[in-house]
Design a protein around this ligand. Structure first.
Ligand SMILES: [Fe+2]
Length: 473
């Protein structure tokens, strides 16, 4: 076996952690709120073996889930790989069978394996903890032991893939999700599903999108569903000719499909905009203005898809430090006579991982949170600033973790179930290069600039990964 190569997304805190552990009592410093009770789950790519060949993409490492449990001022930690079929087969073989490059052929012995890394998000819904990637079924895990229970197909009612970014309606408790390439690789078919608060599928439909693309996320409001397509296209002809699997294709416009939640997929209205890319929206909501129904969507926009090459081979993949997302507000007039939409810049401080107080998901809201990168030139650079933006006043509050330190996506936790929007905590983890360890960190969400209220010191680091969510105890 060859060692892990010295490439950008395997260096520093991008490198995988190759141990699983339990730390029952973490050293807690500062003032851990007594009322903070629950678990922060984090997911991210953590390749279990070095890449097969020269290709390696950050998105294709096997998922590892980290859980930090907090209760009564105490904190504990546990991490486990997600035991997908791919993971189990490779652990048994003692080597990599499925490559970590897009379009890479399997190693001998891995030909029959389905791609499933479950490395992107981890969501609690309907009594299940689900590890998600966007290309396969969710994988259920035990919320306490983090033991993998197996692929979850909603009692056999939906066996397809699921976006890593389902949306949970705070009023109905429903989970809405989609999957792209629902009729196979390269297909334009999108599956759309709704799951009741009890975990049962209540709606399952398919529709044809204008083109096939890496469709990472979508947005829902209390009245509408928004399916955004950006030109990181997946073109079978291009792939057959030896071109990249996913590529920036600026001859293709952005297409945003909007349908009523109580309507039919056939009634989808498509809006068209300049080519751009959005990995993550912050939120969206429906308003009435001057007799018109409008959808307002706040998203982190890039001028080009990061991490992927040009379709014509002109430029290699950019990395996350070459361009950060720009928080913009798009307005779609559903009663207007144009299929274009307007854009307003919300923040001159660029970033990624936009979040909100999710009790306001799909509703009018005021407070947003994200991560920004103050030191893009640093070795193995990642996000090192936490940002709170008050969307009513435009005021931003920042906390800079300092040189050599980085932060993960901020997750909002309400102070109490009935507390006002934004009254609560931001939880994340801070990686410190000096010690090569991470701290679980709790901030007052209304005073991010004051720095963490409390830290729980982990005996390990949490690699730069993707997403996390809080499950209240
Ligand atoms: Fe994501």
């Amino acid at each position: 076996m060859k060692p892990f190569p010295e490439i950008g997304v395997l260096k520093g805190n991008y490198a995988p952690v190759l141990a699983e552990m339990d730390a029952p009592d973490l050293v807690v410093t500062g003032d851990m709120p007594e009322a903070l009770s629950g678990t922060l789950y984090r997911n991210g790519p953590n390749p279990m073996f070095p890449p097969l060949g020269e290709k390696h993409h950050w998105f294709l490492g096997e998922g590892m889930v980290h859980g930090i449990h907090v209760e009564g001022g105490r904190a504990s930690y546990r991490n486990r790989w997600v035991h997908t079929e791919q993971y189990e087969a490779q652990r048994k073989a003692g080597r990599r069978l499925v490559g970590t490059g897009f379009g890479e052929p399997r190693a001998p012995g891995g030909e029959e394996l389905r791609n499933n890394v479950a490395n992107t998000n981890i969501v609690w819904h309907g009594g299940k903890l689900l590890a998600l990637d966007e290309g396969s079924s969710p994988v259920a895990m035990d919320p306490v032991t983090l033991e993998t229970a197996g692929s979850w197909t909603f009692e056999g009612k939906y066996k397809g893939a699921m976006t890593a970014h389902p949306k949970i309606d705070p009023e109905t408790g429903e989970m809405l999700f989609f999957a792209y390439m629902a009729d196979g690789p390269g297909s334009k078919t999108i599956a759309y599903n709704v799951v009741g608060a009890d975990g049962r599928v209540t709606r399952s439909e398919k529709f044809e999108a204008p083109y096939c693309t890496m469709m990472h996320d979508f947005i829902t409001t209390d009245e509408h569903v928004i399916f955004p397509l950006f030109p990181a296209t997946i073109d079978v002809d291009r792939i057959m000719q030896g071109g990249p699997v996913i590529a920036w294709d600026p001859d293709t416009p952005s297409m945003i499909g909007i349908m009523r939640r109580d309507g039919a997929v056939e009634d989808m209205r498509w809006f068209e905009g300049d080519p751009c890319y959005v990995y993550h929206p912050m939120n969206a909501y429906t308003v009435r203005e001057g007799g018109h129904t409008k959808v307002i969507a706040d998203v982190m926009k890039y001028s080009r898809v990061p991490l992927f090459p040009d379709a014509n081979g002109a430029r290699p993949p950019s990395d996350l430090s070459s361009e950060q997302g720009l928080l913009v507000r798009w307005t779609f007039d559903l009663d207007g006579n144009t299929n274009s939409y307007s854009e307003e810049v919300l923040s001159d401080l660029r970033g990624e991982f936009p979040r909100l107080d999710e009790r306001f998901a799909g509703l009018g809201y005021r407070h947003g949170y994200y991560a920004s990168m103050a030191r893009p030139e640093a070795e193995a650079a990642s996000y090192d600033v936490l940002v709170h933006i008050d969307l009513e006043t435009g005021k931003k509050t920042e906390w800079d973790a300092g040189a050599g330190n980085t932060v993960l996506e901020p997750v909002f936790v309400p102070r109490a179930p009935g507390s006002a929007e934004g009254d609560g905590y931001l939880v994340t983890a801070i990686y410190r290069r000096e010690t090569n360890l991470s701290d679980f960190a709790v901030f007052d969400a209304s005073d991010v600039g004051a720095g963490p209220l409390a830290l729980a010191h982990l005996p390990v680091r949490i690699p730069h990964g993707f997403h996390g969510n809080w499950r209240p105890a």
